[in-house]
Design a protein around this ligand. Sequence first.
Ligand code: T1G
Length: 697
Amino acid sequence: MTHAIHYERVDDIAILKAQNPPVNALGIDVRLGLLAGIERAEAEGARAVLIYGDGRTFFAGADIREFGKPMKDPGLPDLCNRIEAADLIVVSALHGTALGGGLEVALSSHYRIAVPSAKMGLPEVHLGILPGAGGTQRLPRVAGTEAALDMITSGRHFGAAEALEKGVIDRVQEGEPSEIGLAYARELLDQGAPRRPVCDMPAPAAVDFDAVYEKTLAKGRGQLSPATAVRAVQAACEAASFLEGLRRERELFTELMESDQRQGLIHAFFSERAVSKLPELADVTPRDVASVGVIGGGTMGAGIATAALLAGVSVVLIERDASAAEAAGQRISGNLSGALKRGKISQDQFDTMTGEALELATEYGALGQVDLVIEAVFEDMDVKREVFKALDANCKPGAILASNTSYLDINEIAAATSRPQDVIGLHFFSPAHVMKLLEVVVADQTDPDVVATGFALGKRLRKISVRSGVCDGFIGNRIMNAYRKAADYMVLDGASPYQIDRVMTGFGFAMGPFAVGDLAGLDIGWAARKRRAPHRDPRERVVHFADILCEGGDFGQKTGKGFYVYEAGKRGGTPNPDVEKYIAQDQADQGVSPREFSDAEILRRYMCAMVNEAAKVVGEGIARRPLDVDMVLLFGYGFPRYHGGPLKWADLQGLAGILADIETYAKEDPYFWQPAPLLQTLVAEGRCFDDLNKAEK
Ligand code: T1G
C-alpha cells in the first residue's frame, strides 16, 4: 500500500481511504495505492470495496502536474478498467468535488453514493483535453448520450440531485462519506446485489454527431477539445465494442494532450492560482475591511459598489449632489436585480444590499468610519488630486485610499495626501461587478500591508488580482495601446479594419479591436490620444482616421455609429462606409500608398506588438512575472484562454522567430518596433518566458 491510500477492513468490506491533500489528485501514489487495495481485498476474500476521500473532497481528477511527463503505470485508464473488473462489489462514496478522473473512478465502480452537497463533473475540456479514463464511454451508458454530451462538452460541474436524476449516481444521503458508503455497501451485500460493471451496459443511442460536432466547434471559437470530445462519445455509441470505444477515446485524448491548446489551458489553470500569491506578502497581515467608501456613482463606481455589496461588504457611496446619488443608487439596484434574477442572491439579500448595507451621501464626512475608499471619478489628474485631498482630510487614520484610475500616475495622486503609504491603485474593469480582473497598482510608498489588503479584498470580491507597478496604463492598457497602434498602422498602410477584426475573432477573441473600440466608446481612446499628444515623440507615426470619426461625433455603439453602424434591436454592426473615406483621406494626407495584407501577416504583426510590449512590461518590473501579463490579458482583455496568454503563446510559437519578425518590421518603423531588451536576452540565452515564471516560484 502507499501512504496516499489507507487500507482497512470492516468485516467483509475493504475500505480504501484516499489521503492526498489538498484535493486527492490521482497522482501515481494514489493510483498505486488503489490498485494494491483492490488486489489485497480480492486476495483477502473481501466481498466489497468502499472507496472514499479523506479531507475536503473525493478525487478531484488526475494530477495535472504530471501532464506532459511520461505517465507511470498504472495509468488511470488501466486502473479504472481494473476497478471495474474486480471480482467483488466496488462502491464509491462521493463528497466535495468528484471531477475528471475522480468521477471516472466512480463510474468504474459498480455503485455510487454521494452526500447532497457533492459536486461532480468531467471538466477536462477546460484543460484542453477530454475525459481519458473511460469517462466518454461510461458516462453515456449511465446518463444517456444527450446528457453525457452536455456534461462533457461544457465541462460544467453538476450537483448530486442532478446526478441522481440523470443516473450518474445511485443514491444521495446526508452523512460522512465513510459512514454512508459503508452502510450502503453493507446493504448491497445483504441484498445480494450483483457486480454491475458499466462496460456491460448496452451502447447508448446515437445522435446526429456531425451536427453536434459542428455546433460545438463553432461555439468553441477555435478551441478543439469540446468538439473532439463529441467524437469520443460517438465512439461509445458506434464502436464495435466497449474496448474499441476506449481505444478511440485514448487516440483522441493523446491527440489533444500533444496540442498547444492543452499547454495553454493548463498554463492558465495554474497561473490563475499563482498570480495572486506574492512571496513578499506571505507573512504580511492585511488590514480589516468591513466597510468601503466609493467616490463617484457612474458606471464604474456603481459597478465597484455592487461588487462590494455582493461580497457582503457595506458601502458608503459619495456623489456630488442628491440627484446624482439617487441615480447611482438606481444603477446599483439595477446591477443587483440582475443577480437576483439569475438566482445569485435572494430577495432578502437584495433588500439588505440596497438597504442597510448601502449609504448614499454627498458629504465626505460620511466616510469617517470606512476602512477603505475607492475613488472612481472623471479621469483627470486635477480632479483626482482634489478628491484625495478631501479623503485625506475626512478618512480615519489607517483607512486605505485607493484610485480606480486606468492610466494616471498613482505616485502623483498619493503625493496629494499626507499619507502616501496608505495610497494604492485598484483598477477594476467594466462592468466592475462582472469582469474578473483587478490590477493592484503598487506606488513607490505603498505599505506592504496596504498591498496585502488590496489582494485580500480582490479575493473577497472573487477577482483575479494582479500586481502592477506604476506606468502609463499599468499592465493591461499599456499593452493594449501597443497592439491597438499596430492595428491602426496596418489600416493606414492598407489593411481593412474589418479584415483585422475578422482575423482576431478567428484567433479566438470574441471581438476584434475595432469592434471593441466601438463597445468601449471611441471617445475614451480619443481623449487619451489628445492627453498624450503634447508629449508625443516626433518619431512616432500618427493615424488620424479614428480622430476624424470622433470629430464627427461617432463614438461607437453609444452613438449608433463608429467603425460599425448599429441598428436598434440588431446584434453587432455593419461596416461604416464613411470609415474607408476617412482612411483614404489619412493615407493621402500622409502620402501612404496602401498595400494588401494577408490574414497571416495581420495576426503576426498584431501578436508581435502585444508580445513585444508585454516583454517590456516584464523587463521593467511593472509586471512581476510573464504569467501576470497572461492573466491580465485573459481576464481583462478577452484573450482566448486556450492560447494561455500572449507570452505563453509566444513561447509556443518560438521567441527567436518572433524577435526576427519584430526586427524585420523595425526596418520600416524603427520607433514603434524597438525590440524589448528582455526578448533579446531570452533569445540570446535560449530561454523562454516560462523559465522566468518557474524562477519566481
Ligand atoms: N491536479 C493537481 N493539483 C490540483 C488539481 C489537480 N487535478 N486540482 C487542484 N489542484 C491544486 C491547485 O493547483 C491548488 O494548488 C490546490 O489544489 C487547491 O486548488 C484522465 C486527465 C478541485 C474545484 O480539472 O477545478 O482527470 O495553488 O485553489 O478553489 O480524464 O481546484 O494551493 O498550490 O483550485 O477550492 C480534471 C481541477 C483533471 C479539476 C478546487 N480535474 N481542479 O477548487 O481550490 S484532468 C479538474 C479544480 C483528468 C482524466 C483527466 C479546483 C477544485 P495550490 P484550488 P478550490
